[in-house]
Ligand binder design. Structure first.
Ligand code: FAD
Length: 468
């Protein structure tokens, strides 16, 4: 299918932007089709999220056995996970193994950021440019630039004055900084904040946590992988993959059974029965609360039953006066933000070396040479860690100068709304496909990228049959 008529510019069937979970999978699909494919990755290694986010405690919230590819049963069988919920280093190793095992690496150019992609109507091809000076042409452009790949650092007055170490969870240095014995501050208590806080608290001299929005957190019940458990789940590969493909969020393991989509309303069962269901999921760990009842996300009263259960659990876990109150989530319904992975998070705040600062009551005013000022007091710090999140969804895509038909700008179109078709294709941008983007289901990305990859190929087949 490669077009060799334009000798001066390298011609590819597909250019893939990003070598995370989604990009790696699409390179594999393209190779299986016999396409010429070039992937550009801004980072110095493959893995996307699992390359960049090296902060202490970073780990997946979906069981490792589910957060893995299914396109090769041999891969699934051969790869031995060491923990029920893998930590970042193991996930990075897994994705590097995939890149090697399926010979993806020769198609990936690391340390190279795509800066522009313009659609040429005469040739119906995309001209792609990078910050390394590459100019290539592709028939299909696949954006696998990630939902959480553009970290955000809010502006803080006086930040430049601070003489201590500044770290950002999403840009954690390869050389892990020594934090033992230091006075550390963490700003942000979202998913990354929770993980870094509960991991660092026992290691550092003093930890001060600056919280704006409290997270609902549920115990992950992480543990070393039990070999029998791993073998048992692997032996039911087809059954699990079928269950995953029909599931609500791409995660189905509860204890060692596979969940089916919930059909019962939380309000249609007795209080005892509801509690039993919640306790069962609390004991199993992970994200399975999403599927406890069918209406937790669509009925306020049903949602309130889980809210009440989790708040009661929180109160029973924290003893320091006033802390459970501060840790209590407010202002949004449970499950509408990702549940945080709790491996002793709530109990962390009972430690003598940990202080929780509610910045809605004591706002961060400014940094100083020695720390920062909240409310009326200065808190001295050696290290400040920003767990302040991402320009989510379209952040990475909008930073590329993408021009479709008649030179229209994707950035401008994105600013006016979401993706019209399944989050994957937009009018005016022919042969551009977006994986794991805005408007796609919020789903286990390992399952999603395989479904999206197959969908893209079927769509291309259909277009070719119709001469579209
Ligand atoms: P990414 O992994 O984000 O990869 C995108 C890649 O594109 C990046 O490497 C980036 O450098 C590259 N890129 C972007 N723009 C350009 C450009 N212009 N040129 C070249 N390269 C570019 N999901 C879960 O389901 N469970 C979890 O537990 C979970 N934990 C997470 C923890 C953290 C800290 C973060 C940040 C995210 C987490 N996620 C989790 C979401 C996670 O992003 C997805 O699970 C998955 O890894 C996304 O894969 P991806 O390939 O779609 O995108």
């Amino acid at each position: 299918m490669a077009d060799s008529s334009k000798a001066s510019v390298a011609q590819f069937d597909a250019v893939v932007i990003g070598a995370g979970v989604s990009g790696l999978h699409f390179i594999h699909l393209a190779r299986q089709r016999g396409w010429t494919v070039q992937c550009y990755e801004a980072g110095s290694g493959v893995g996307g999220t699992w390359y960049w986010n090296r902060y202490p405690g970073c780990r997946v919230d979906i069981e490792s056995l589910e957060y893995s590819y299914s396109f090769s049963e041999e891969l699934h069988r051969d790869w031995e996970w060491t923990e029920r919920f893998a930590a970042q280093p193991e996930l990075e190793r897994y994705l590097n193994h995939v890149a090697d095992r399926f010979s993806l690496r020769p198609h990936i150019r690391l340390d190279t950021r795509v800066t522009a992609a313009h659609f040429d109507e005469a040739s119906s091809r995309w001209t792609v440019r990078t910050d390394a000076g590459d100019v290539v042409s592709a028939r299909f452009l696949i954006s696998a630039t990630g939902f959480h790949s553009t970290p955000v650092l809010p502006e803080f007055e006086g930040l430049d004055l601070f003489r201590g170490l500044k770290l950002q969870t999403a840009l954690w240095p390869q050389e892990r900084p020594e934090l033992a014995g230091k006075r550390v501050g963490v700003i942000g208590t979202g998913a990354s904040g929770v993980q870094v806080i509960q991991t660092l608290a026992p290691q550092v001299a003093r930890l001060t946590v600056f919280q704006r929005t409290a997270a609902y957190s549920v115990p992950q019940q992480n543990c070393a992988m039990d070999p029998q458990y791993q073998a048992s789940i692997k032996s039911r590969f087809s059954e699990m993959r079928r269950a995953l493909s029909q599931s609500f969020a791409g995660t189905v393991i509860v204890h060692s059974r596979f969940d089916t989509p919930a059909t019962r309303s939380a309000l249609a069962v007795s209080e005892d029965e509801r509690r039993r269901e919640f306790e069962d999921r609390w004991a199993s760990g992970g994200l399975s609360f999403y599927n406890a009842f069918s209406d937790l996300l669509v009925d306020e009263k049903a949602n309130a039953t889980l809210d009440e259960f989790l708040k009661e659990k929180l109160r029973s876990r924290v003893r320091k006066p006033g802390v459970a109150e501060k840790l209590t989530p407010r202002g949004y319904p449970v499950l509408t933000r990702r549940l945080a992975n709790d491996n002793g998070y709530a109990e962390t705040f009972d430690r003598d070396n940990v202080e929780l600062v509610d910045v809605t009551a004591e706002p961060i005013r400014h940094f100083t040479a020695n720390g920062l000022v909240v409310g009326e007091r200065e808190i001295e710090l050696d290290v400040i860690i920003f767990a302040t999140g991402f320009d989510m969804g379209t952040g990475a895509l909008a930073r590329i100068d993408i021009r479709g038909r008649s030179g229209r700008s994707l950035e401008a179109d994105l600013a006016q709304g979401g993706w019209p078709h399944l989050g994957m294709m937009a009018t005016g941008y022919p042969n551009l496909f977006v994986m794991n983007g805005v408007g796609a289901p919020f789903y286990n990305p390992m399952v999603l990228c395989e479904q999206q990859g197959q969908w893209i190929l079927r769509c291309i087949d259909q277009m070719q049959q119709r001469g579209a």
